[in-house]
Design a protein around this ligand. Sequence first.
Ligand code: DX5
Ligand code: ZN
Length: 228
Amino acid sequence: MITPYSTDGHYIHPSILNADFMSIGSELDKISSADSVHVDVMDNHFVPNLTFGPSMVEQIVRRSTIPIDAHLMIADADTEAPAYAEAGAASVTFHLEAARAPVKLARDLRKKNVQVGVGLRPASAVEPLLDIIGEFDMLLIMTVEPGFGGQSFLETMLPKIRRARAAISESNLEVSIQVDGGVSRETIERCAEAGANVFVAGSAIYRAQDAAEEISALRELARGHAAH
Ligand code: DX5
Ligand code: ZN
């Protein structure tokens, strides 16, 4: 089984949301030194934007040399998430706010041999999730309102990351914490110090002169400020 992340490392997942879709092959080549490709799936209901469906994800999986981390911003996760595991994503993250039966969905996805993440919008508290967090490989803490790339990092999410990391460590669980939104050279160290270990960066990487250099700079900054 491909494991795009585990709790003992620091991982950079470039988001292709703001890549040039007309040249998706070379856009993927630019980030081949990263750990996973973060694919933002939006259905125009959970968020006011529309992007990929399962067949496009399947094509990205086929073209990419690194694993796919699918971030599902879709209103009906229970029904639609399994298709992304079947499309070949190595990791599938759905939002807690969009799942009727998150534990059942996590278990169903696990059976399809993917890592499973659960995401929280900025206004959602982490505490109601803590009793079931062991069902997941990763907790995604959104650091912008989901929907668009290029927004400013929400500093107010740092205490949530810290509380989540403390609770996970206290329970001796192996759950990664992913941050997504406004992650850059300016913000990544604070995220790592608070306890995140998987970092999504879209505009920081695709707007850089040299994407590979940006990926290694972000990785170094995250490793240098690891909380554990
Ligand atoms: C926002 C997406 C993010 C976004 C990140 O809804 O989930 O993955 O593309 O882009 P930046 O890094 O530009 O904030
Ligand atoms: Zn995302």
